[in-house]
Design a protein around this ligand. Structure first.
Ligand SMILES: CC(C)(COP(=O)(O)OP(=O)(O)OC[C@H]1O[C@@H](n2cnc3c(N)ncnc32)[C@H](O)[C@@H]1OP(=O)(O)O)[C@@H](O)C(=O)NCCC(=O)NCCS
Length: 149
C-alpha cells in the first residue's frame, strides 16, 4: 500500500481490532528511537501471527538491534500473548533480514516465486515460521547483539 494516510488508517483499525502491534525500538543509552518492529495479522483463534516485521535506522545496522528486538518481541508473543506460531517473510536478496530470522530459529517453509517485481526484475519472497518450542534461548542466538552486550 503506497498511500501513507491509508496505511496509517489501516494500521489504526487493525490495532483497535487487536490484530496489529507496532512498537518503537529505543536505544537504551540515548533513549533515541532507532527503529520499528511489529506483529501484523494476529489471530487469537489460531494463536498465531502472519508477519513479524522490523526496520532499523541504517546508522545502527549490523549491531544486532533487529535480532535483539525480534527476540524479545517473539518471546513476549509466545509467553505473554500465548501465541503458538509466528510467521515472517523476507525477500531472497535481503541478506540481513534472512540472517535475523535464521538466527532466531525461524524455519524456511516455502518460497513465493517472483513475488515482487521492480522495473522488470523479479525477486522471490522466502516464507518462514517459528513455533514456540523452536524459540532459542538468548544465549544461543549468536549475533552482534551478544557481542555488544
Ligand atoms: C533487515 C534489518 C532490519 C536488519 O537490522 P540490523 O539491526 O542490522 O540486524 P542485525 O544486526 O540484528 O542482524 C543482521 C545480520 O545480518 C548480517 N548481514 C548484514 N548484511 C550482510 C551481508 N551483506 N552479508 C552477510 N551478512 C550480512 C549481519 O552481519 C548480522 O549478522 P550477525 O549478527 O550474525 O553478525 C535492516 O537491515 C533494515 O532495517 N532493513 C530495511 C528494512 C527491512 O528490510 N526490513 C525487513 C523486512 S520486514
Amino acid at each position: 500500500m503506497r498511500n501513507p494516510v491509508a496505511m496509517v488508517s489501516r494500521t489504526r483499525s487493525e490495532y483497535r481490532r487487536g490484530e496489529h502491534l507496532s512498537l518503537s525500538v529505543v536505544h537504551r543509552e540515548t533513549g533515541k528511537c532507532i527503529g520499528r518492529i511489529g506483529l501484523r495479522g494476529l489471530s487469537w483463534t489460531h494463536q498465531k501471527v502472519e508477519s513479524l516485521s522490523y526496520w532499523i535506522d541504517p546508522h545502527f545496522w549490523n549491531q544486532g538491534y533487529a535480532t535483539e528486538a525480534s527476540y524479545f518481541l517473539c518471546r513476549e508473543a509466545f509467553e505473554r500473548l500465548g501465541l503458538r506460531r509466528i510467521a515472517s517473510q523476507a525477500l531472497d536478496r535481503n541478506i540481513a533480514s534472512l540472517r535475523v530470522l535464521r538466527k532466531l530459529g525461524f524455519v524456511e517453509e516455502g518460497r513465493e516465486r517472483a513475488a515482487v517485481c521492480v522495473k522488470g526484475k523479479c525477486m522471490d519472497m522466502v516464507l518462514f515460521g517459528l513455533l514456540r518450542k523452536e524459540m532459542r534461548p538468548a544465549n544461543r542466538v549468536s549475533s552482534a547483539w551478544s557481542r555488544r552486550s
